[in-house]
Design a protein around this ligand. Structure first.
Ligand SMILES: [Zn+2]
Length: 585
């Protein structure tokens, strides 16, 4: 060593280096509404880990050497926390790895330069700390090493067992959604800690991949033998927009008094489904029903059989999955297992569901880019965030039409009934934005020309402290969770080529329908047939017929014949007084 820095300089550098590794935790504590608990879950385990590494290493330069991966990830973690107010997690990693639409990954390009340069700076700081500790022969000697090391292990153990084994997920419980845990519940609470939580996040990522591989294996069955009936020589584009938390009675186009969907209201060739229900009030169970032939009665996690995406592929379509939701993780694995059937996928949201993240408008540019590819047959499945809580985090400021309402999810508390009016306003504003996003997609289809059609259906509704109902959110047996917004749009050229379909659609749209019909309906929209298909479920067919609409409420009940109870209109087993509940029927 040419230069030997004074010991105090090396010691200060080493302390600064290890303290810097803990900074992400300090920011999380600062941002937290519950700083003591957050500090216990974040600072404490990582401080214990660093203490243990130092105690085992003895010589400080070895401890610095061992922590190189933490130093390199530190800027990434800091960047993510400052942008999204939450630690980086497995679904962010998944979003980057799972996306393969080149147009979509362009949005990441701007992030690379600051990330790489800050990682380079971190590497230089690490090198400095390492070299100075080595040349000054900094070491932790004596008996304190063993005692403090053992104390750190004991403290980590005490903290670990101080937390409940099966906690309520702060996002999931607010949404009344059971948490799909990749890691055991107690471990999962420490994922946010840096750097100790990195090991847990890695475990979570591999567990999520394992779950998804299992789900995909279940679906690894024979294809449909699907083909398009009748030859359409022109270019065709079909779009399936999966809505999120879209409650039917809040859409102006469905009769709501507030102007929440002014653009769709003035769009020709939009057909509203007046009475569609979903069998599930939970995303991860309702979406597979919309895309596959999974029956409403099937309570299992996977989807059992291929989705309509594979049928489109067999019929010669290039298939795309564009999502503003997460690629996998807490709520998403069963859905992204279906996404894997698509030729190309893009997951555009790298923030957790409970965070601000990206607005659904992020989907529009990649859709326009895909339409510019001029492939003769395209299917686009678009998974939106729609109106999912926090409602005010789902739309940009210009769409804040109904006030007072919170902004950007700040201060929005779904459990605070005194916010009922603000929450309702924010919810309605999110529909105003959805109206704009879907109208932009329709405009893109119109300018692409040719034969095109779009189907929108929400996965479930939402309860919003309606009347005397003390509840909000979805997942419960309340009637409003099951009544979903749904509509179809078709281009002028579509109506010329598929006149029979359009006629049938307009008649069937007023009937009692279920999202169980949408697999057959999407294929019917494109005139795709296969041996054993069921025209009686196809809303584009004159052969469509109403069926009992079984839903998973308090028990598995017939929506139209269930009893209703309490201020939240809960669906219950038994023959209800009203066999027909839909307004105007
Ligand atoms: Zn949902």
């Amino acid at each position: 060593m040419a230069i030997r820095p004074p010991r105090w300089v090396s010691a200060t550098l080493a302390v600064a280096y290890f303290a810097a590794l803990l900074v992400p935790n300090l920011i999380l504590v600062y941002l937290s509404a519950e700083p003591y608990g957050t500090a216990t879950r974040t600072i404490a385990p990582s401080l214990a880990l660093i203490t243990i590494v130092l105690a085992i290493s003895g010589r400080i330069w070895i401890a610095v050497l061992l922590t190189l991966p933490f130093a390199l990830l530190l800027p990434v973690e800091l960047f993510y926390i400052l942008k999204y107010r939450a630690p980086l997690d497995s679904q962010v990693v998944g979003a980057v790895i799972e996306s393969n639409v080149s147009e979509a990954s362009a949005f990441m390009a701007g992030l690379w330069t600051p990330l790489w340069s800050s990682m380079l700076a971190a590497a230089m700081a690490w090198t400095l700390a390492l070299a100075s500790a080595k040349s000054s022969r900094l070491a932790w000697k004596g008996r304190t090493r063993a005692w403090i090391g053992a104390g750190a292990i004991a403290t980590a153990g005490i903290i670990f067992f101080q937390f409940p084994a099966d906690p309520m997920d702060p996002g999931g419980s607010a949404l009344n959604e059971p948490r799909e845990v990749n890691l055991p519940g107690r471990l999962a609470q420490f994922e946010g800690s840096f750097p100790s939580g990195l090991f847990l996040r890695l475990g979570d990522y591999y567990e999520a991949r394992r779950i998804q591989a299992t789900l995909r294996a279940e679906d690894n069955v024979a294809g449909f033998g699907a083909r398009q009936s009748g030859l359409v020589a022109e270019r065709q584009v079909y779009v399936y927009v999966i809505g999120e938390t879209g409650r039917r009675d809040r859409w102006q186009i469905g009769g709501y008094s507030r102007p929440t969907t002014p653009l769709l209201e003035s769009t020709p060739n939009v057909v509203w489904f007046t009475d569609m229900v979903t069998p599930w009030a939970l995303t991860r169970l309702s979406v597979p029903v919309m895309l596959t032939r999974k029956p409403a009665s099937d309570r299992s996690f996977g989807s059992k059989g291929l989705s309509m995406i594979s049928a489109f592929r067999e019929a010669g379509f290039k298939t795309y999955w564009l999502s503003n939701q997460a690629p996998f993780g807490r709520h998403d694995s069963p859905i992204s297992a279906i996404a894997h059937e698509a030729d190309e996928r893009a997951f555009l949201n790298v923030a957790a569901l409970s965070q601000q993240g990206s607005y659904d408008g992020v989907l529009v540019a990649p859709i326009e880019a895909i339409l510019r590819r001029h492939e003769p047959r395209q299917l686009l499945v678009v998974h939106t965030l729609g109106s999912h809580f926090p409602f005010s985090a789902r739309y940009p400021a210009p769409y804040e039409r109904f006030t007072p309402s919170p902004r950007d999810g700040q201060g929005e508390s779904i459990n605070d009934r005194s916010q009922a009016q603000q929450l309702n306003n924010a919810y309605d504003n999110s529909i105003v934005y959805t109206d704009a996003v879907i109208s932009q997609i329709i405009a893109a289809l119109q300018s692409a020309g040719g034969v095109s059609a779009l189907l929108y259906s929400a996965d479930h509704g939402e309860v919003l402290y309606d009347g005397a109902c003390p509840m909000i959110g979805h997942g419960s047996a309340a009637r409003l969770n099951f009544e979903v917004a749904a509509f179809a749009w078709y281009s002028k050229r579509y109506s010329e080529l598929f006149a029979v379909n359009v006629q049938a659609l307009r008649e069937n749209a007023r009937k009692r329908t279920s999202t169980e019909n949408l697999f057959a309906t999407m294929l019917g929209m494109a005139g795709i047939v296969f041996p054993g298909d069921d025209a009686s479920r196809n809303l584009f067919s004159p052969l469509f017929s109403e069926k009992p609409r079984m839903v998973n409420a308090i028990g598995f009940v017939d929506f139209d014949r269930s009893a209703r109870g309490g201020s939240c209109d809960m669906l219950m087993p038994g023959i209800g007084a009203r066999a027909d509940n839909s307004p105007g029927r």
